[in-house]
Write a new protein. Structure first.
Lengths: 281, 247, 305
């Protein structure tokens, strides 16, 4: 019980510290902007640990962070193999194939107004559907291994990617297009020098969204069938064995992978679209 | 030229007959909706006339466009934010296939002409509106075109900057000997810059007066207080009022 | 919209045509095996012979079997009319209370979706208001809200179900929690953006009227946030639906669209899978369209459309 009280006190103290920091003169500095959410996150972990231990919550309901960390370090080899199977083989390959295909089709669609007017509403419609439902079908067609997971990822990233790319390619103003006309530029020059750079902010928006979709697609697709390997497989198998600490360890891997993937794309975005108002802050 | 809009046909331009000679600086002045921008765009083959003919350098506007016979400056600089200033000036040169060394030479030359040589590595958003517009003019001068079409290029700038740019433009014109077609709202600007002033009026767009300017080629800003200047400005004003009154 | 009507029809017709055309090579091997079993001569003879042959070649060599590819019981790729027929069968032709009715299963999934969506959206809006008006909350929580969108939350859906089951909460509630969580963060991020969207000139005007914070909220921030809110609601409800479906997977649930997908895949009932998927798609489309309708009505009334 003392642990619970301590958790409460800790929460209050940390919150107080954050309030002080947020309202202080230094609140606009990068350091404080980093420290405050870190304190918040850390507090949640501490409170979690203390409450779970204080109330003696059974391990099969909610393990404390310390046990999760222990399992994580302990089972690192298995976690790594799962990561390679799901992320590298499934999610990453599907991401690359899906995004490339979507961008290629988008370039084609954007050239022909008729196609654009027909395909875009249909694409928007399809993007809102529960694409993950195609997983069982794709497992049936491509088998249990990572190929079907890659296929699910391709389908999942395809529509957001094509919508964003087409939107980006159409983003040029009439004036910019007129300028190209006065130079008597041929369509290819117009594409490379104007439409493609102008489309980059949109394309990267799609690429960032797709990173999350890729990981989700690969993991959830494994719920529908997988060899005895992979993050999704490990999660559902561990649930069956009530080994929730392993489940949480996999989630930690997924969280790290997801944010790292997104972060890398965001960094590339900053480099390519440095000129866009949203990047200039 | 007739446009069809949701509210019925709009006669943008009718009965326009005009001859422009090489080396002229022609201003088009008139209230909004008089068709001056439309006319300029028709010259540049950015619009198609529904009837009548236009000859640019003895060819149709589109042929002239394909031969890259003119440079166009829009109301807004329209610089590509992902290119530096020199990158932006190089844009037409790259498209038109000039060699790398030629590109460098011309870019340097033309940036010096508009006094932006120190800013060649900067990006458009780092420059003021006036400087961006100067870069846009430099871009239009970079390649060999005898014609320069300018659509209210200084309209978005404040008066002090505008005066300065007017002076620079005159100097540029004298040095490069191009034929310039210039659309503006401002009587002062039109009279100060041009050898010929075309006064237009709206609905339908037509020419009410063509004034051959008697001002000398060398024009310091003070000339705006001279009696000849004021006389020409009066004539322009009358032309504008006449066009307005006949609605 | 009207201008795009014709191209949309053409595109949809084109996609359907491609679908129909794909049925033939996808199902040819199965059709030929069935034909052989009923005594017809097939070129080449023997399923083993055919296994590694290209599908297109087999089609060309056995054109008589093309009709059969459209009528298999467990095809690799069901034809559109087969899916439509199954959909019709399991919705209109079945009693709503029957275990085979897609309306029944659809409702199970829909109820979790709606409950979760309501919870997630409600809490999300409250948190968004907290973030916009409290600086400490803004700086602590917002980075996590944004970061959480990069984490595949859906992966823990099975665990949530199991944990809730072991404390005695079953059925709709655990699934609703997943749905709530999936719609929560998009709504928070979107609503914060919306509440912060008014131009400086608008807030300055209110300051000159000496308006209080609360008045500023009701008269300026909340109305300005409507477009952003509706955009997030559309994302949120689609996510909630996916959450409810995935929530039905882990424990081998027997009710709901996710359960139908799962059992279809276990028993190789491909047409069942496709019709359940189509039902889920129709549900998603209807929900998003509904929100779109509310959006249009609301924004019209506010003069913001």
């Amino acid at each position: 019980m003392t642990l619970v009280i301590f958790a409460f006190v800790f929460w209050l103290a940390a919150w107080r510290m954050n309030v002080v920091l947020a309202n202080s003169a230094a609140s606009e500095t990068r350091l404080v902007k980093l420290v405050v959410p870190v304190i918040f996150g850390f507090t949640i972990l501490v409170v979690w640990e203390l409450i779970v231990r204080g109330l003696n919550v059974p391990l099969v309901i909610l393990p404390p962070p310390s046990i999760i960390a222990e399992t994580f370090l302990d089972k690192l080899p298995i976690l790594w193999k799962d990561f390679v199977q799901t992320f590298v083989k499934g999610a990453l390959s599907g991401y690359l194939i899906g995004c490339t295909a979507a961008m290629a089709l988008a370039i084609l669609v954007e050239r022909f107004d008729f196609l654009r007017r027909g395909l875009l509403p249909v694409g928007n419609f399809l993007a809102a559907l529960p694409i993950i439902g195609t997983a069982p079908i794709l497992v049936m067609w491509f088998g249990f291994d990572w190929h079907s997971k890659a296929a699910v990822v391709v389908v999942m990233v395809f529509f957001p990617m094509i919508i964003n790319t087409v939107a980006g390619l159409s983003e040029t103003t009439a004036m910019q297009r007129d300028l190209m006309k006065t130079y008597s530029a041929d369509p290819w020059q117009g594409f490379i020098k104007l439409r493609l750079p102008a489309a980059m902010p949109f394309i990267f928006n799609g690429l960032k969204i797709s990173t999350t979709l890729a990981l989700i697609g690969a993991i959830v697709a494994e719920f529908f069938g997988s060899p005895t390997l992979g993050m999704g497989f490990r999660i559902s198998a561990s649930i069956g064995q009530l080994a929730l600490d392993m489940v949480w360890a996999e989630i930690v891997v997924a969280a790290i992978a997801g944010s790292a993937f997104y972060g890398i794309v965001a960094i590339i975005e900053k480099g390519v679209t440095f000129w866009h108002p949203s990047q200039r802050g | 030229m007739t446009f069809v809009t949701n509210d019925g046909p709009v006669h943008a331009l009718s009965d326009v007959n005009l001859t422009i000679n090489k080396g002229d600086f022609v201003s088009f002045i008139g209230p909004s909706g008089c068709g001056k921008t439309t006319f300029l765009r028709a010259l540049a083959a950015l619009e198609e006339p529904t009837s009548g003919t236009i000859h640019v350098n003895g060819q149709t506007p589109d042929q002239a466009r394909q031969k890259r016979a003119y440079g166009y400056v829009f109301q807004h600089a329209g610089l590509y934010p992902w290119r530096t200033i020199s990158g932006n000036v190089k844009l037409p040169l790259e498209i038109m296939g000039y060699s790398k060394s030629e590109q460098l030479r011309r870019t340097d030359e033309v940036l010096r002409l508009v006094e932006l040589e120190d800013f060649s590595k900067k990006y458009p958003w780092q420059l003021s509106g006036g400087m961006q517009q100067r870069a846009s003019i430099a871009r239009a001068l970079a390649f060999d075109a005898e014609l320069l079409f300018m659509d209210e290029p200084f309209g978005a700038l404040d008066e002090i900057v505008r005066d300065h740019l007017n002076e620079q433009l005159l100097e540029l014109w004298q040095r490069t000997n191009k034929t310039i077609c210039f659309v503006t709202h401002s009587i002062l600007e039109a009279v100060y810059l041009s050898t010929k002033i075309v006064v237009m009026s709206p609905r339908p767009g037509r020419i009410t007066d063509v004034i051959e300017s008697s001002l000398p080629v060398e024009r310091p800003l003070e000339i705006r207080d001279s009696p000849e200047f004021i006389e020409i400005a009066q004539r322009v004003r009358e032309g504008l009022r006449a066009g307005h009154g006949s609605e | 919209m009207r201008r795009s009507f014709f191209p949309i029809i053409v595109v949809i017709a084109g996609l359907l045509a491609i679908w129909y055309a794909a049925v033939v090579p996808m199902n040819i091997k199965m059709a030929l095996t069935a034909a052989e079993r009923s005594g017809i001569t097939v070129t080449p003879v023997g399923a083993k012979e055919r296994r590694d042959r290209s599908a297109m070649l087999l089609v060309v060599q056995n054109t008589f079997a093309i009709k059969e590819t459209f009528a298999l019981e467990r095809p690799r790729l069901p034809a559109p009319h087969q899916v439509a027929a199954e959909l019709w069968n399991s919705t209109v032709n079945k009693k709503i209370t029957s275990k085979r009715s897609l309306v029944f299963h659809g409702w199970i999934t829909l109820s979790s979706t709606l409950l979760g969506f309501a919870i997630g959206t409600g809490l999300g809006i409250l948190l968004a208001i907290g973030i916009v008006y409290n600086r400490a909350m803004d700086m602590s929580v917002m980075p996590w809200a944004i970061a959480s969108q990069t984490i595949p939350i859906l992966a823990i859906a099975p665990m949530i179900i199991v944990v809730f089951n072991s404390v005695g909460l079953q059925g709709i509630f655990p699934k609703a929690i997943i749905s709530a969580y999936l719609s929560f963060f998009p709504v928070v991020v979107g609503m914060v953006k919306g509440l912060r969207s008014p131009d400086q000139v608008h807030s300055d005007l209110l300051k000159t009227y000496n308006a209080s914070s609360t008045e500023g909220f009701w008269k300026l921030r909340l109305p300005s946030s409507m477009p952003f809110l509706f955009a997030s609601l559309k994302i949120g409800i689609a996510a909630s639906l996916v959450g409810a479906i995935v929530g039905e997977l882990p424990t081998g649930a027997v009710r709901g669209l996710g359960a139908r997908l799962l059992s279809g895949s276990y028993y190789g009932q491909t047409i069942q899978i496709w019709s359940a998927l189509l039902m889920a798609a129709l549900l998603a489309a209807a929900l998003v369209a509904l929100i779109g309708l509310v959006q249009r009505l609301t924004l019209n009334r506010m003069g913001m459309s």
